[in-house]
Design a protein around this ligand. Structure first.
Ligand code: PLP
Length: 357
């Protein structure tokens, strides 16, 4: 299998080998040491400010989105939320469900955020800002410098969903004033799904401390308290957390977060340079390194996905909903190499020769 999906993605040999091992009992000093090292490395890679903490939830990325909304926002907040696709829409649904007053910045498909778009919200009493910094459904990377400056000027608490952007595009929590950043195990962390991570800077920790929302499983106060000794309130995805540890160490050995971002950016550029002669149009005008969404002009996107999967053993990433037939995505995250893109391009050329695209 050759997988260009945007999660789950291809895992390295080392990470997969851990998946084949027996899963150990976890209320031990050994597992606590793994967890404390995971926290330390994530804080370093996120460039988190002094006093920040990391919570590891057993759940998909959405559990981290919802825990962040529930436990760090209140009905006294006035939130701004960027909605440029499926994941932005998910934040909007959560704000509605948890009754947090909010205004939606509805984005045209494929477009980046500009200073003009933010201008009307300047000095309007907003207290929180939520953004999926890479809207993975359309591959749009929003401008974190612009958003960070806007939030700082207006003293706004900033939540960044970096589920697909952590390790693919630069995100410096300290320099950009990001208060809360969240991600998941199955995107650029390239591990199996099942663990969601929340990095909380001091302002986010303060909000958790003051929070009154009741919830047992996703209680961040409890998670933070247990995390002090490298533990979790309930049985976590022990195996996946051990795989995350191996992967974080791998990234550290290979030069850290900046080296990993450069590697992924290189793969994205390598692929994009070779699609010029294919009947595909780029969807994103503000592209992330994580993924390249493409609009095929001569065939249905979902048909291309199906044929590549069934006849070539290659998985690209289909889109859902309204974009099912018009957009497919090629990911650049996971254990992928230039030779893998050569294989994919050869398959596209073959489809072209066969008159399918
Ligand atoms: C993948 C993704 C999610 C959530 O994913 P889960 O399916 O819950 O793991 C949320 N936001 C973004 C930007 C994503 O890419």
């Amino acid at each position: 299998m050759l997988n260009f999906a945007v999660g789950p993605v291809m895992s390295s040999e080392e990470v997969r080998a851990i998946g084949a091992e027996q899963v150990p009992y976890f209320r031990t000093a050994e597992f606590s040491a793994v967890m404390l090292e995971n926290e330390k490395l994530v804080l370093k890679f996120a460039k988190a400010p002094e006093g920040s903490r990391v919570v590891f939830l057993t759940g998909s990325g959405t559990s981290a989105m919802e825990a962040s909304v529930m436990h760090t926002l209140t009905p006294e907040d006035k939130a701004l939320v960027v909605n440029g696709g499926s994941f932005g829409h998910r934040f909007v649904q959560m704000l509605e469900l948890h009754e947090i007053p909010h205004t939606e910045i509805k984005m045209p498909m494929g477009k980046g955020l500009t200073a003009e778009m933010l201008a009307p919200y300047e000095n309007q009493g907003y207290t929180a800002f939520l953004v999926n910094i890479d809207e993975t459904s359309t591959g749009v990377l929003y401008d974190i410098d612009l958003i960070g400056d806007f939030c700082r000027r207006n003293n706004i608490y900033l939540i960044v969903d970096a589920i697909s952007a952590f390790f693919t595009d630069p995100l410096d929590m300290t320099a950009r004033g990001i208060d809360l950043m969240l991600t998941g195990s199955q995107k650029a962390l390239a591990c199996p799904p099942g663990v969601a991570l929340i990095v909380l800077a001091p302002r986010a920790l303060e909000r958790v401390e003051k929070g009154k929302t009741k919830c047992m499983y996703l209680d961040l106060k409890d998670a933070l308290k247990n995390g002090e000794r490298g533990q979790t309130p309930f049985t976590p995805a022990v195996g996946t957390l051990r795989q995350i540890n191996a992967r974080l160490r791998q990234i550290d050995r290979a030069g850290g977060v900046d080296a990993e971002i450069a590697r992924i950016a290189g793969l994205a550029a390598y692929f994009r340079a070779q699609i010029k002669d294919l009947p595909f149009e780029l969807v994103s005008e503000s592209p992330t390194n994580a993924v390249t969404p493409l609009h095929p002009t001569t065939a249905k996107a979902y048909d291309i996905f199906t044929i590549l999967k069934d006849e070539y053993g290659i998985w690209i990433c289909p889109n859902g909903g309204e974009m099912r037939d018009t957009v497919f995505r090629v990911g650049h995250i996971g254990d992928l190499h230039e030779s893998d893109y050569d294989t994919l391009i050869a398959a596209f050329k073959d489809l072209q020769k066969r008159g399918i695209i």
